[in-house]
Design a protein around this ligand. Structure first.
Ligand code: ADP
Length: 440
């Protein structure tokens, strides 16, 4: 028991004893005790009430606390009260500091609760997304930034993903959105102005599309004249070889122009429709057959245990398969093996092209889908590749909400996985099919 409490108890006991003794002297010990107890009770009750009043009014001028337990309680209360006040002031100062620093950020930051309702946002969120700090508090953020992609991002909890949405505030402006989880089910939504980047990308895309378009007609004319010249019986013998080389280069330029135009088209096209159900297994078998008759081609096998269909643009999926297969064929020796697989699982479906060819150095894998990237320029030029095939594959896949992933072992072979989401798969009863054989 603390000293002050002991003193208080002893004091009360002493007063009671004194009251009892005085009563005993007058032959009324019990009355003496009762009267003193009543006086103590009244006094302590009065103290308690006036302390309670002082606590509520924060005015201790009228409160007589003396030197005993009440003084102890009073100073303890005072100390705690001051401490809480200081902590509150510090908390307010910190909050102001945090608000000032987040307001200085060029990116919008929005704190969301577990139901994606706005808890707080900074100034940039107001300029970029039109969010109002006080008015929009408690509103679902996707009721203000209305875009299905954002709703999906918040719903899916796919925090590694970033999306681009048009700004609800400014025409022609674009925002990049990213969600970062923190605490207990809370999230931070970051908004970044990417209008300039989008503008430059569009400019580059338009430039490439226009330049490719302009090159097409002269190339057709050059190709036409070269063909006529090569068929001219009166042509001097010495011209045969140069004309064949010119024709080869014109064809190569033609394919570069066509692939660049195809890339521009894919870049500006929105998501692929889900109207067409594509028989992927059929496309894989057709791709395998198309190698028939070619010399020095590895054995190609189609492995598929499902006849599930893909809701996609059929011609684009065909081009994905043909790009991946032609790469595999070019980089796999004739005694190697190529597998074209189509499989379905709970999360979606996959087209996998596997080869036992030369493989790709690990550090170059992330760059494979860059335009004009070739692992070995000299070799690729000899192969007739221009480094646009995988860029086209990547764009087609992204139009189909799908992703490309590559694994490779140098000298052992490569695997190209095209993963499609379950929403694009139509399941049919499984029919195990394994067909294979040497091309040709
Ligand atoms: P290209 O038209 O030159 O083949 P791609 O974009 O299709 O261009 O491929 C880029 C580069 O990736 C190629 O030049 C090649 O070096 C490498 N590559 C692609 N597929 C394979 C593969 N299956 N095995 C080894 N290297 C590959």
């Amino acid at each position: 028991m603390p000293g002050s409490s002991r003193k208080f108890v002893l004091g009360i006991a002493g007063i009671l004893l004194a009251g009892g003794l005085i009563g005993w002297v007058y032959d009324h010990a019990v009355w003496g005790l009762l009267v003193v107890a009543l006086i103590i009770l009244v006094w302590q009750t009065r103290q308690l009430l006036s302390f309670n009043r002082a606590v509520h009014t924060r005015d201790f001028a009228q409160f007589r606390y003396g030197e005993g337990i009440w003084q102890q309680m009073f100073s303890r209360y005072n100390y705690e009260h001051e401490r809480a006040l200081r902590a509150k002031q510090e908390y307010r100062r910190l909050l102001k500091e945090i608000r000032r620093s987040t307001d200085a950020m060029p990116d919008g930051a929005v704190i969301l609760d577990e139901d994606n309702q706005i808890v707080m946002c900074n100034k940039a969120a107001k300029h970029l997304g039109g969010l109002k700090r006080k008015k929009d508090r408690g509103q679902r953020v996707d009721n203000i930034l209305r875009d299905p992609k954002l709703t999906e991002l918040l719903r899916s909890n796919a925090f590694a993903r970033e999306i681009e949405i048009p700004s609800p505030v400014k025409d022609e402006a674009w925002l990049n959105c990213r969600v970062v989880p923190y605490g207990a089910n809370q999230k931070l939504l970051f908004l970044r102005d990417i209008t300039e980047r989008i503008r430059l990308t569009r400019m580059r895309r338009d430039f490439v599309a226009n330049a490719s378009h302009e090159l097409r007609s002269p190339l057709t004319v050059i190709g036409g004249y070269l063909e006529s010249l090569s068929e001219d019986p009166g042509l001097e013998k010495d011209w045969g070889q140069p004309i064949r080389r010119m024709q080869q280069q014109a064809r190569r330029m033609n394919s570069v122009v066509s692939e660049l135009l195809e890339l521009s088209r894919l870049e500006s096209a929105g998501p692929a429709s889900k109207d067409e159900a594509v028989d992927v297994r059929g496309l894989l078998s057709a791709a395998r057959k198309s190698c028939a008759g070619q010399e020095d081609v590895a054995e190609i096998e189609v492995v598929s245990e499902t006849n599930a269909q893909l809701l996609a643009a059929g011609n684009e999926i065909e081009s994905v398969i043909s790009n991946l297969l032609s790469n595999a064929v070019r980089h796999t020796p004739a005694d190697g093996h190529i597998t074209l697989a189509w499989s379905v699982d709970k999360k979606g479906a996959e087209i996998v092209v596997t080869d036992t060819g030369e493989g790709i150095p690990a550090e170059q894998i992330p760059r494979l889908t860059e335009r004009f990237f070739r692992v070995q320029r000299g070799r690729a030029r000899d192969d007739g590749g221009v480094g646009l095939g995988l860029a086209i594959v990547k764009h087609v896949l992204s139009r189909h909400d799908a992703e490309l992933s590559v694994t490779s072992d140098l000298g052992k072979g490569s695997e190209f996985h095209c993963r499609f989401p379950a929403e694009r798969i139509v399941l049919e009863p499984p029919v195990p099919i394994v067909s294979g054989g040497k091309c040709g």
